[in-house]
Ligand binder design. Structure first.
Ligand code: OAD
Length: 233
């Protein structure tokens, strides 16, 4: 199979960062058990109680800066550096651990914790501090910054680029995602429609597991590292 593969699209989810100590969303004790999605991850929740939402993301923004990439991020960064064909890591994660491991071909379809988005002038600025005090936008000075994170009911970013990369790909690999949130969860079906190979690497089977040609189960630090070694051998 490997010799026929030139271009790869990799979708990652919270499972790839779990071993770095970042909570997943839907696991037992995960973020969506501790918080209501409607309160902290919707535009309606933000207009109802902006302080609650800003505080939630301020805490998460601070927390991810204390975390480190794990062997799964490192293996994917190595694949990115050494793979001779096209490769795109489409991540649903809003942390920057793929980049900190050294990957450069990364697309954040659900936004990034370390950006602030000004809803007055539409500028995105790198942001490591808090937003709860309503700091001014570095571009226009308006006190209208929100987390640059895609909420439920909002459009994920750069879908055109993702579908274009899928159309050129020979292999689609899904890593550490439950397959619960669309459109990311629908990419495997898109891959099947265009007739490319599909592989799932996850701790447990995802909701769309039946769409994959092959599934390898285990912690990302092990299964991703093993798969990358095979691809580069
Ligand atoms: P979920 O929390 O839904 O799923 C995490 C997946 O990672 C599950 O399938 C776990 O089995 C798996 N997993 C856990 N630990 C793992 C490990 N050590 N190695 C490998 N896999 C492991 O997270 P996502 O699928 O990323 O969106 O969630 C998708 C989206 O839902 C998120 O981007 C976020 C959330 O609401 C928005 O906020 C828009």
């Amino acid at each position: 199979m490997k010799s026929e593969i030139h271009n790869i699209v990799i979708l990652t989810g919270a499972g790839v960062s779990a071993e770095s100590g970042i909570d997943t969303f839907r696991s037992e004790g995960g973020l969506w058990e501790q918080h209501r999605i409607e309160d902290v991850a919707t535009p309606e929740g933000f207009s109802r109680d902006p302080d609650l939402v800003l505080r939630f993301y301020d805490m998460r923004r601070a927390a991810i800066q204390t975390k480190r990439p794990n062997p799964a991020h490192q293996a994917l960064a190595r694949l990115d550096a050494e793979w001779p064909g096209e490769l795109l890591i489409v991540t649903q994660n809003v942390d920057d651990l793929h980049e900190r491991a050294g990957a450069s071909r990364v697309l954040h379809m659900h936004g990034e914790h370390l950006n602030a988005w000004c809803i007055a002038c539409d500028t995105r600025s790198p942001w490591t501090k808090s937003l709860i005090e309503r700091p001014p936008c570095p571009a226009c000075n308006a006190r209208a910054l929100r987390p640059d994170v895609v909420w439920f009911g909002e459009m994920p970013y750069r879908m055109d680029e993702i579908y274009a990369a899928m159309a050129r790909a020979d292999l689609f690999v899904s890593i550490g995602t439950s397959g619960a949130v669309y459109p990311a969860a629908g990419l495997v079906r898109n891959a099947r429609e265009i007739g490319i190979q599909t592989l799932e690497l996850n701790l447990e089977r995802s909701q769309g597991s039946q769409w994959f040609h092959a599934t390898r189960l285990g912690p990302a630090s092990e299964v991703v590292t093993g798969w990358v070694e095979e691809m580069l051998s």
